[in-house]
Write a protein that binds this ligand. Sequence first.
Ligand SMILES: Nc1ncnc2c1ncn2[C@@H]1O[C@H](COP(=O)(O)OP(=O)(O)O)[C@@H](O)[C@H]1O
Ligand SMILES: [Mg+2]
Length: 246
Amino acid sequence: MSILELKNLTLVKDGKILLSNINIEIWAGYVHAIVGPNGAGKSTLANTIMGLHGYRNFVGDILFEGKSIKNLSIDERARLGITMVFQEPARFEGLAVDDFILAGVKEKKENLIDEALLKVGLDPLKYRKRAVDKTLSGGERKRIEIASIYAMKPKLVFLDEPDSGVDIDSVKFIFEIIKDFKKQGTTVILVTHSPEVLKQSDHAFLICAGKLICKGEVDKMFDYFTGKCAPCNHVGNPEIEDGKTI
Ligand SMILES: Nc1ncnc2c1ncn2[C@@H]1O[C@H](COP(=O)(O)OP(=O)(O)O)[C@@H](O)[C@H]1O
Ligand SMILES: [Mg+2]
C-alpha cells in the first residue's frame, strides 16, 4: 500500500524548472532512498512534500494515505505524521535535551526520552539536562534531532543527508535507528547523494535535474548511481527514459 503518492509534480521557481513531472509511489513500512547528485532537486522534493514556505506553489498533486495534502499547511501535514530531519537542524535552539525530545510528542511518557536517547547511543544521564545549542557536536546534535522525531512515532520521516556533518560513530547509530524507525512502523525516506546511505534502504528513486530518472532495487540502483549517473553529470539533459524500473 502507498502511504505517499506524487502525481505529475512540477515546481517552477524564478522561471527555472526545479521538479519536472515527478510520479512516485512510496510504499508504507519500507525504507526508501531518494538519490542523485548535488543540485538534483532532492531537498526541493522533500521540502515540497513537507509544505515548506516557498515550496507550496507546485503543479500536480501529493496524496498522503490516499488524500490530497496540497492545501494543508506545514503544521497540518506534521499533525498527519509527516516529519523531517533537516540537513541543517535549527529547531528550538537552547532548550534542554529532555524538553526538546518531548516537544513534538503527544503522549509524554517519561521513559520515552531515555529510550530515544539510548537508540541513538547517547547516555541519558549525560545528555538529558544539556542544552541543545552549539556546545553539542554536529553528530550529537543530529542524533538528538533524530531521537526527537523517533519519540514522536511519526508515520513518515524524511532524513535529508543524514550523514552530513556527522562523525563516523554517529553515522553508525543513525544507520541503526533507521532500522528502529522501520520496526516501529514509520516509513523512512532517505534523501542522499551518498552510496553508504543508499545501502541502508530497501528501494530507491534516482533523481537528476529535477526529473525522476529511474526507480527500483537498491543493488541495481547502486551500480547505476555509482557507475553511470554520478560521473556522467547530465544536468539539464537526462538521456534516458524517465521513471523506468531497474
Ligand atoms: N528556494 C529555492 N529557490 C530557488 N532555487 C532553489 C530553491 N531551492 C532549491 N533551488 C535550486 O534547485 C536546485 C536543486 O536544489 P536541491 O533540491 O537543494 O538539490 P539537492 O538536494 O539534490 O542537492 C538547485 O539548482 C537549487 O539552486
Ligand atoms: Mg539537498
